[in-house]
Write a protein that binds this ligand. Structure first.
Ligand SMILES: *Cc1c(COP(=O)(O)O)cnc(C)c1O
Length: 497
């Protein structure tokens, strides 16, 4: 394919993308193919000779489309949203154009410097404390800064490695030899709540540390007191606390941990305090949500996914650290084929030292496009409209009378279930299993309807339905539809009891 053919085909593909987005409301959001569907209709080997573009384009429609679950559909209410946007796509097209491997400043100065600039923009946009800025108000380099990771899971691993480095340094400062410190790392323990995302446990598996999962109460929040108690138990057993993750907006219910309390304990105990705001962090572009986020200014690291609820195509996970020293010490490795070391001591950042891989894409471009083409006001409007829709849905479910709300509706997530008194076999003596069964059926019937896609979760053994509002392309129409489907499914559940 030469540049002229690319010109022609590229325009066709852009048209196909625009058509796709315009048609999303009329397509079932959830794929219904059976496992192995694609294998059966695919050739066993790659073609020996080049194939025409038209044939591949046709296969997108006939072979790929049926196996797609449409995350960009306004009728996709599962898990959390994964926002795309036209500005995001355009920025990503330029990233494909350059196709750089930006591990060091010199690999493409614009890529590194744009990332530093847009991460500071984004940090200010969500009201982060100045400690997290890559460049200080006086134009000199900050102690910390922002970096774009692929996912919140990677961010979690990266900060846990930095935390381990910091804890090892502390042991050595207290007089431990290199070897003694090394042996003690097997006593390091990381703290999570029973609502912390699985990414925390995965990071601990990678880092090779112990974990302590702290039970939450009925509000599903990690508290200062529970953390203190867990730390005291472990210290008495000879373990070394080194890391705690507080969550701003848990995946199950968008609960917010006691972030100021956790920060105080973390400071007193010299342990790294990471705040995982993967989904809800985007809401902080709206000042009215910031009182909920008090405590983040005292943490060591903060992360949210611009690719979840902030209009930026996957992958774009924004991570800030207040002090990058330990991160860079842990992840910086010099080889002759890398440019000279003085780079990292100057104003210039070598983001290879801030992440797991060496190579990295030019992801700052799509974030830059999104922030410029929506403006802060456009991003705030996006968030506020979804929160309004979520609160509207909550009111409608309550007005219906058959549902109960299972967690406060703060952002775009509504968690609820059919009332136990309506669905329990024995209303005198309500058993969890039959209520859970009815709510599992509610989700199954809603998805079988085909027009929407939702998922259930369990809150300490209690099945709850999650409707996550937040598609870039969703409107009130889509929320009307999910309400309609839920009501019909509820009627069916109750009829079949
Ligand atoms: C979605 C989510 C994650 C994981 O996100 P990835 O970017 O896919 O790794 C982590 N934490 C929370 C709270 C989440 O909601």
């Amino acid at each position: 394919m030469d540049a002229n053919e690319f010109r022609k085909r590229g325009k066709e593909v852009v048209d196909a993308i625009a058509d796709y987005y315009e048609s999303l409301d009329s397509v079932p959001p959830l794929s219904t193919v059976n496992p192995g569907y694609l294998y059966k209709i695919m050739p066993n080997e790659a073609p020996e000779d080049p194939e025409p573009f038209e044939d591949i384009q046709a296969d997108i429609k006939t072979k790929i489309m049926p196996g797609m679950t449409h995350w960009q559909s306004g009728n996709f209410f599962a898990w959390f949203p994964s926002n795309s946007s036209f500005p995001g796509i355009l920025g990503d097209m330029y990233s494909s154009m350059f196709n750089i491997v930006g591990f060091n400043w010199i690999c493409s100065p614009a890529a590194t410097e744009l990332e530093t600039v847009v991460m500071d923009w984004l940090g200010k946009l969500v009201g982060l404390d100045k400690r997290y800025m890559g460049i200080k108000d006086d134009g000199t380099e900050g102690a910390g800064g922002g970096v774009i990771q692929g996912t919140a899971s990677e961010a979690h691993i990266v900060v846990m490695i930095a935390a381990r480095e910091k804890a090892l340094e502390r042991l050595k400062a207290q007089g431990a030899s290199e070897e003694e410190a090394d042996q003690k790392r097997y006593k390091f323990v990381a703290y999570f709540s029973d609502q912390t995302h699985s990414a925390g446990q995965k990071a601990a598996n990678v880092v090779g540390c112990k974990t302590h999962t702290i039970s939450t109460g009925s509000d599903l929040r990690l508290t200062k007191e529970a953390l203190q108690a867990a730390i005291a138990t472990d210290k008495a057993a000879g373990l070394i606390p080194f890391f705690v993750c507080g969550t701003f907006g848990t995946t199950n219910t968008t609960a917010i941990d006691d972030l100021p309390g956790i920060a105080d304990v973390a400071q007193a105990e010299h342990i790294w305090n990471h705040v995982d705001a993967a989904y809800a962090g985007a809401a902080l572009v709206c000042p009215e949500f910031r009182p909920l986020a008090v405590g983040i200014e005292k943490a060591d690291s903060f992360n949210f996914n611009a690719h979840k609820w902030m209009l930026t195509n996957f992958d774009c996970s924004a991570l800030w650290v207040a002090d990058s020293t330990h991160l860079i010490n842990a992840l910086s490795i010099h080889r002759e084929y890398f440019p000279p070391a003085e780079d990292s001591t100057s104003f210039v950042k070598n983001y290879r030292d801030w992440q797991l891989p060496l190579g990295r894409r030019f992801r700052a471009l799509k974030l830059w496009f999104v922030m410029r083409m929506y403006g802060a006001s456009g991003i705030r409007a996006h968030i506020r409209e979804h929160v309004r829709q979520a609160k509207w849905l909550e009111q409608q479910l309550l007005a219906d009378g058959r549902f109960e709300i299972m967690a406060p509706v703060v952002f775009g997530l509504v968690v609820f279930r059919l009332k136990p008194s309506l669905v329990a076999k024995d209303t005198e003596n309500i058993d969890v299993a039959s209520v859970n069964m009815a709510n599992t059926d509610l989700v199954a019937y809603s998805n079988e309807d085909g027009r929407v896609f939702i998922v259930a979760t369990q809150l300490k053994g209690v099945v709850a339905v999650r409707v996550a509002i937040g598609s870039s392309f969703g409107t009130q129409r889509n929320v009307d539809l999910v309400l309609d489907v839920l009501k019909q499914s509820a009627t069916k559940v109750l009829q079949l009891l």
